[in-house]
Write a protein that binds this ligand. Sequence first.
Ligand SMILES: Cc1cc2nc3c(=O)[nH]c(=O)nc-3n(C[C@H](O)[C@H](O)[C@H](O)COP(=O)(O)OP(=O)(O)OC[C@H]3O[C@@H](n4cnc5c(N)ncnc54)[C@H](O)[C@@H]3O)c2cc1C
Length: 441
Amino acid sequence: MDEKFDCIVIGGGVAGLSAALTLARNNMKFLLIERGEFAGSKNVSGGVLWGSDLNKLVPNYWEEEDGGWERFINHRRLTFMDEQSTFSLDFKSKHFNEAPYSGVVVLRSKFDNWLSAKVQEAIDASDFAMDSFIATNIKVDEVLMENDKAVGIRTGEEEFHADSVIIAEGVNNLLTRQVGLQDKYVPADHMLTGIKEVIRFDQKVLEDRFQLNGLSGMSNEFVGWATDGVEGGGFLYTNRDTISLGLVLSIKDMREKKRSPHDLLNHFKTHPTIADAIRGGEIVEYSAHVVSSGDSRAMPKELYKDGILIAGEAANLLMNAGKAIQGMDYAMRSGILAAETIVKAKEQNDYSSAVLREYRAVLNDSYVMKDINNFQDAVHLLHTETMQSKVPNLICDFGRQFFTIKNEPTPKSEKMLLGAIKRHSSLWELIQLGFKARKSL
Ligand SMILES: Cc1cc2nc3c(=O)[nH]c(=O)nc-3n(C[C@H](O)[C@H](O)[C@H](O)COP(=O)(O)OP(=O)(O)OC[C@H]3O[C@@H](n4cnc5c(N)ncnc54)[C@H](O)[C@@H]3O)c2cc1C
């Protein structure tokens, strides 16, 4: 292929596909390269796609008979866990029943493949129906640079040329490092490992067990005993007839404590609350993937340079401040913004960083960078020992006393709470925590 493209998109995950769909709709000639057999074949996510950007990308997506999503979330739960108990903040609302939903659960092999079909439809409807391509099973080995400007990519012996390259390669961002935008080694404490099992049930059993109605679904995050003293957290999301159950775990902490993701997931599954939730289910999928911790210090030095933009988790755009993991929605928004910047660059026939820096400006102005910056303290707070073990233990301790009825005189709740605080932490530590939480949340 000797022709030159307007843009080459590297990676057919959420960021790359969202960029490609935006390029196709703007009549751009592009090549999307994905190393997996099909888009989504190599991707892992818990995962809830939060927010309503999907509706912007694929209007009224929920009306499709078999859209790429599993269930919409109308029931949210945050659970503190000790060895025997769970104490949850539980919120369910009819308010979340209306489309566009506030979050939909997706299984990536299905969702990415569906989104990729949408990209193909948009290519077919564009002026470049015969000249834009989605190429799978191809790994990009190098971004070709001339005078520090991207001019294309190399895969094996073959080269493809383009005016611009969007790098959407995900968290293991080797090409972002090759073009000099990220340091060669990323500190281990900025990276986590996600591990997940998909467990199948009879659909009626699943719906009864989790009180699901029609396509409604539940998302549940866990802090505390779930990770057996290793920094991280757990999740459970309901799909159509399966659940996604997993953990995200600090790589550094696992190494230091000599624990493996597999052994910790088995530990999580022995908790009485989890054991009850998964009883009778059959494991049908098992996967693991690195995931960014959401620490903004892990972001590349810049997200653009001459002829290049970085989108999605390749730019470490992710946030997890305890309420939810937000990586896919950030990937989607940044992919769209990157593509829109390339469209403008084509209009001006200038793909230099002088034009492409606009991407950084619009991203900074979007909820993605605003939230990443505003909630950094909360991200760090979540990873402290107090939040990881002391708080879950004391909450469960208090809950056990509060809900126990003994046919004996019952102490006042304040006394129970102070007792629990004393056993697991101190009043002073909690005052400090409250102060930090007030500022960071
Ligand atoms: C266990 C787990 C749970 C998670 N839960 C959630 C959740 O609930 N909600 C949420 O929003 N996020 C969640 N995330 C994070 C989310 O999955 C990521 O943030 C998101 O997938 C990032 O999208 P992306 O398109 O940037 O990267 P990816 O989805 O990783 O896509 C990158 C693509 O690039 C391809 N690629 C890489 N290198 C090359 C190359 N050299 N040549 C060609 N192709 C290449 C890969 O094959 C891949 O398809 C979770 C992650 C994990 C691991």
